[in-house]
Design a protein around this ligand. Sequence first.
Ligand code: NDP
Length: 302
Amino acid sequence: MFCPVGGGSGFVGRELTRLLKNKGHEVTVISRQPGPGKITWGELESDGLPPCEGAVNLAGENLMNPLRWWNESYKKDLFSSRIDSTKSLAQAIAASPNPPHSWVVVSGVACYKPSLTAEYTEESEWTPFDILSKLVKEWEGSALLPDNVTNTTKQVVIRAGAVLGRDGGAMKQMLLPFWLGLGGTLGSGRQPFPWIHVSDLAGLIAHALEPPADPPSPSQQVFNGVAPNLNTNLEFTKELGRVLRRPTIFPVPAFVMNTLMGSERAVVLMEGQKVIPKRTQEAGFQYKFPDLTSALKEIVGS
Ligand code: NDP
């Protein structure tokens, strides 16, 4: 299979590229930067989609970029980097004389309203209630293919929780303070912490890229990209401290996180959702890291 991956140069994209290449597939990264093995977004627009069997979009300005203040220009970039790139790929698929059999976009679980009790599956109804859920709505909407390709191309959205891995995402920023014994629970620690190991997210994308039934379902299929074991922030904090053999005695109060990150962004860490990967498991996906202990041991030990 040949598969162009928008944002394939990033944290999840590097893992996905490794996995697909190990399975004997070929990958081209779609990037803002030209380079060997890459095409740029401008080239995609001018030359169209190269003949391929699958296409993925992972592009997006990092929501946890510690170098960016939570302001209007950052929010605009969070939206445009995801929506414009997803739209470009969807349009290129629709215009292709031989569209790929599978089209996969990774969005986020921020569409589900944070709650200590509610449980959300892929079938749960939701309407946007804050800026991040509005982002998910527009992002997933921009991935929808026009009618002329829905009978040839399977459309998949994977709603990922916090992606855990050594080379990027939240762990990259957390490991140093935890190593120094400065890690602690965020707020009350009771908030759910939906997460997935990066290797499982890459595996789930590869699973979604497999050829569909003939003809594919005409509607967008959603999979929750989270581990099946539910954890709270307190459980995550204690387990990371245990695996690292470091104390985790310094709780971080909500006002500190809200001041540092902006409350609209801090919500991702200070609140959370119990997300159940119902359809993911029903589809037969086998997790390598279904529980926190195995995931964190792999990350810290690697
Ligand atoms: P990264 O932060 O690693 O970024 C992926 C790629 O996006 C980058 O390599 C870059 O590619 C491109 N990119 C970055 N900023 C911009 C911008 N301003 N405009 C256009 N392109 C940009 O992402 P991850 O690999 O961590 O995540 C992949 C996708 O999954 C993202 O859309 C993310 O929102 C989503 N997701 C990630 C989670 C996580 O915990 N990591 C959780 C839930 C969802 P290049 O420089 O080559 O153009």
